[in-house]
Design a protein around this ligand. Structure first.
Ligand code: BES
Ligand code: ZN
Length: 954
């Protein structure tokens, strides 16, 4: 009774408190039926043992919600000479239920002292009471034991002094080094916390739901500067000449977004329309490469503030190029960190695709300032709410701010990339359980990023741009400084009325003429949450099978599985209980209109109003599904492409090529039919479609080349050079034309030179010699730079010269191109030398080792070498990168997933078994094994067809 009254009072207090300060998730639901201390008293044996042998009073990976943080005061003093840091913090916490301990995250930190003050102690300046600290490293947690129970609804201040070494890797508070033009090596200290590494820098409640305000102070020497999320308010001078920078208190935010850097970088600055100061920082010698990023970030910040109708809430935004960085970039609030090649643009050596990448990464991380930072997912299982949205917003923002980059035409590839993976049984739902730090890291994958973005794009196409935008604005405003989950998003998207709108069926309508009646009708009749659950809670991608029967279309949906054929015994079981609500679209020969239908059942029928020669589903490839045309469907489309391909939209042509080859992998379409479909490509005017066809042909080429299937390799090479001769021969070796013209040039010439096409080799050799003669000063057109270097790398003199230039170059873009070129050498001792340099981490930085192993494994002469190296050096690699991290996954899949023989599969299986026995388990193992099995099956089934088709085609 007493207890329930206390709860009631607590609730009243907390309801008030919630509306202003805390997210309702924490407020309303306590996960605990009895307090943890009661549980502990009941069964102490159920609890783990701390490092000192005492019982650690908490056994779960997730922290209790009994004590929640409100504010952190952090004082950090890194020493860039001794490479360590000392620090202290004061965390103001709110105790929601009486407790005798506080559990915090802490990893590899030496806790020197911990004490506690009540609010009263603070007010009367009473010294803190010392606390006992227990440590349980397996869960990266510490427990602070208080002598007397902390009382519910009161605030306390926890003070902790701690120290640690600056980390060696790429996580937590780590050191990074760079070389100056003068050859001096300098050190900086930088943070990278997402998802679970803030705990390596300071003891904290390191879960996204525990948002708090942070007041940060950093001590530094006068030769350095310090940067953090917020602007500096003041600097005070300490005894001995040390300086202490005080930063403004942050807005309410999650720990993974906290950041600080001590460095000697220089910057360029500009101002966004709203007055926010935007700065780009890089090491002093790279200052000249920062200008493009400044222009792009100001433009994109203006765009997002306007698009979301929400101001970027901080007074400044810094974007910093970090010399050692594990991933591409990290969206820390107000202090975004980037790998140098994701931020810097050097007009002399950065190509079109480099420019596209830099712009894309800036657009992505800026989008996170709203999606992720302002509104954060409750837990990592829904990381797609961050990453899927940021990836999708790249499309929305770049279409408007940089139409000349023609980003819209690359987006289909974002979806095609994940379809490969999502059509394996080992895929996972977008929202997926994640508990351990490794599982959480693994959530940052193509399913969260790409599939997340693709289903959002499909939803936008279904709801209309206007409704979608209103919905997300509603979502962002409603959950500002708080956390959200899937259902919150669906709710906002279906109840998104803004002033002046009328409502119907739970949706809002403005006067937009764009909204067609059918669309309005469909929207009114759909339960959004139910529909989207089929895309987020269920793994995989649907296949829509279309059959034309007179004037009607029979539609059927099933789960699309590549590598498993309908006649295989497991096919039936793998289909069970899969059903999507698919918003399908189609166009027909008789009208340009986009027809819409929602396929909610396994089978359905649609009536066509007129007789048509052909139908094409999935208009503009906006839907996340694959389409198969039964009966004459594919033949009709092939005829259409050959007769007049422009009757179909460019993205529909692109989609047809993609789907056809996917259906081959699923055993639903014969390879010769898909290849026949590509014959029209000689007349294709849309470059993305042309490149897609070429990509599949190159993929097959590389597969047969690796396996030494020499007759097919030779014939395919001959076919490619003959068939694409008109495209190859008309390419100039200049940086000219549109983005896609330039992409076509890079791709086509790279392939031509790879296939030893004499004119290509000759031109590249000529340019390479001129470049060497000019001592590397000659400017080679950036889009052909990789090609010229790769051809140059085939001689020993060229290779050695490139390696020298690699060391000297100050352009990350150029270094990447050189490293790629070096890894295409046919000499194994050279490839081995590269890998050794990568392991050493001096000339070739450790951050580039994963890409190096990947590109070496792509080289037929390097595949075995790279794979053996990974097997033999796995423990070394795990010392450099965390299990589950991007680089580790890239290394393991980059060196294995191209395999296509049973022996190779067995080798990989054995290796994975041995890793599992050592305690390393990754979801990606299963994905790789399935991919290799799929490759084996593909070759078994399709090699004879390919061989035959080539004989009739050349
Ligand atoms: N939030 C991520 C960074 C990240 C990645 C943190 C993996 C933890 C684990 C960041 O926003 C991101 O997505 N970066 C991408 C680049 C982006 C343009 C796709 C990356 O690092 O590759
Ligand atoms: Zn991201």
């Amino acid at each position: 009774m007493a207890n329930s009254r206390r709860k009631l009072i607590f609730n009243i207090y907390i309801v008030f408190y919630c509306s202003a300060v805390i997210m309702p998730q924490i407020c309303i639901c306590s996960q605990f039926t009895s307090s943890p201390i009661d549980q502990f008293n009941k069964d102490p044996k159920a609890f783990p043992v701390a490092t000192n042998g005492e019982i650690f009073p908490w056994h779960e990976l997730r922290l209790p919600t009994v004590v929640i943080p409100l504010h952190y005061d952090l004082l950090i003093h890194p020493n860039l000479t001794s490479l360590d840091f000392v620090a202290s913090e004061k965390i103001e916490v709110l105790v929601r239920d009486a407790t005798q301990f506080i559990i915090l995250h802490s990893k590899d930190l030496e806790i020197l002292n911990a004490s506690l003050q009540s609010e009263e102690d603070v007010r009367y300046k009473k010294p803190g009471e010392n606390l006992t600290v227990l440590s349980y490293p397996a869960h990266q947690q510490i427990a602070l034991l208080v002598p007397e129970k902390l009382r519910a609804h009161l605030r306390y201040s926890v003070a902790i002094d701690f120290q640690a070494k600056l980390a060696d890797g790429f996580e937590g508070f780590y050191k990074s080094t760079y070389r100056t033009l003068g050859g001096e090596t300098r050190t900086i200290a930088v943070t990278d916390f997402e998802p679970t590494e803030a705990r390596m820098a300071f003891p904290c409640f390191d879960e996204p739901l525990f948002k708090a305000n942070f007041s940060i102070k950093i001590r530094r020497e006068s030769r350095h500067i310090a940067l953090s999320n917020m602007p500096k308010v003041k600097t005070i001078e300490l005894e001995g000449g040390l300086l202490e920078d005080h930063f403004e208190t942050t807005v309410r935010m999650s720990t993974y977004l906290v950041a600080y850097i001590v460095c000697d970088f220089t910057s360029v600055s500009g101002t966004a329309s709203s007055g926010v100061k935007v700065s780009i920082y890089a090491s002093p010698d790279k200052w000249s490469q920062t200008h493009y990023a400044l222009e792009a970030s100001v433009k994109l910040l203006d765009f997002y503030e306007n698009y979301f109708d929400i101001h970027y809430p901080l007074p400044k935004l810094d974007l910093v190029a970090i010399p050692d960085f594990a991933s591409g970039a990290m969206e820390n609030w107000g202090l975004i960190t980037y790998r140098e090649t994701s931020l810097l643009f050097d007009p002399k050596t950065s190509s079109t695709s480099d420019k596209l990448w830099v712009t894309e990464v800036i657009a992505h991380e800026l989008a996170h300032q709203w999606f992720g930072n302002l509104v954060t997912m409750e837990w990592w299982n829904d990381i797609w709410l961050n990453e899927g949205f940021a990836t999708y917003m790249e499309l929305i923002s770049l279409n408007i701010t940089y139409p000349e980059l023609q980003f819209d035409d690359s987006f289909s590839n974002t979806c095609f990339e994940v379809i490969k993976r999502d059509s394996l049984n080992s895929s996972h739902p977008i929202s997926n359980e994640a508990k351990t730090a490794t599982q959480i890291k693994e959530m940052f994958d193509a399913v969260s990023y790409n599939k997340g973005a693709c289903i959002l794009n499909m939803l936008k196409d279904f709801l209309s741009e206007e409704t979608f935008r209103k919905g997300i604005i509603h979502y962002l405003k409603k959950f500002t400084y708080r956390n959200a989950k899937n259902d919150d998003l669906w709710h906002s998207l279906s109840n998104n009325c803004l002033e002046g709108d009328s409502t119907s069926g739970g949706f809002c309508y403005s006067d937009s003429k764009k909204t067609s009646n059918t669309l309005a009708f469909l929207r009114e009749n759909v339960e959004l949450k139910e529909m989207m659950a089929t895309w987020t809670l269920q793994k995989g991608i649907p296949l829509v099978v279309v059959k034309r029967e007179g004037r009607s279309l029979r539609l059927q949906q099933e789960r699309f599985l590549s590598g498993v054929f309908k006649e295989d015994p497991e096919w039936g079981t793998l289909q069970e209980r899969y059903l999507w609500h698919i918003p399908v679209t189609y166009s027909t020969s008789s009208s340009q209109a986009i027809h819409r239908h929602i396929l909610k059942l396994k089978t359905d029928t649609v009536d066509l109003s007129e007789k048509t020669n052909w139908v094409k589903f999935n208009v503009d490839s906006n839907g996340y599904y694959i389409v198969h045309y039964e009966g004459q469907g594919w033949d009709e489309l092939i005829t259409l492409l050959n007769q007049n391909h422009t009757l179909l939209r460019p993205k529909d042509r692109l989609g047809l090529i993609h789907d056809a080859f996917q259906l081959v992998s699923a055993g639903r379409l014969t390879l010769d039919k898909a290849l026949d479909l590509t014959r029209y490509l000689q007349h294709e005017t849309s470059i993305p479609a042309l490149l897609k066809g070429l990509e599949y042909l190159e993929l097959f080429y590389r597969m047969v080349e690796r396996r030494n299937i020499s007759d097919v390799t030779e014939n395919l090479k001959h076919y490619l050079l003959q068939y694409f001769k008109p495209v190859i021969d008309t390419q100039s070796w200049l940086d000219e034309g549109s983005v896609w013209d330039r992409m076509l040039r890079s791709t086509v010439l790279k392939l031509a030179c790879y296939l030893n096409h004499a004119p290509c080799i000759q031109k590249a050799t000529e340019l390479f010699s001129q470049w060497m003669e000019s001592s590397g000063k000659l400017n080679i057109p950036t889009d052909v730079l990789t090609i010229v270097y790769s051809v140059g790398a085939q001689t020993t003199a060229g290779w050695n010269y490139l390696l020298e230039q690699y060391e000297l170059s100050l352009s990350g873009a150029e270094k990447n191109k050189i490293l790629y070129a070096l890894s295409t050498s046919k000499h194994q001792e050279k490839l081995m030398k590269l890998i050794e340099l990568g392991m050493e981490g001096k000339v070739i930085k450790t951050q580039d080792l994963a890409t190096l192993l990947f590109t070496t494994a792509r080289n037929p002469k390097g595949q075995q070498l790279a794979w053996n190296f990974v097997k033999e050096n796995w423990t070394h690699l795990l010392k450099k990168f965390e299990l589950g991290s991007f680089p580790i996954r890239m290394i393991i899949s980059g060196t294995t997933s191209h395999f296509s023989s049973k022996d190779e599969l067995q080798e990989v299986e054995l290796f994975f078994e041995s890793l599992k026995a050592q305690g390393s388990h990754l979801d990606i193992f299963q994905i790789i094994l399935e991919t290799i099995s799929k490759n084996i099956k593909w070759l078994e089934k399709n090699l004879p067809t390919l061989r035959k088709w080539l004989l009739t085609s050349i």
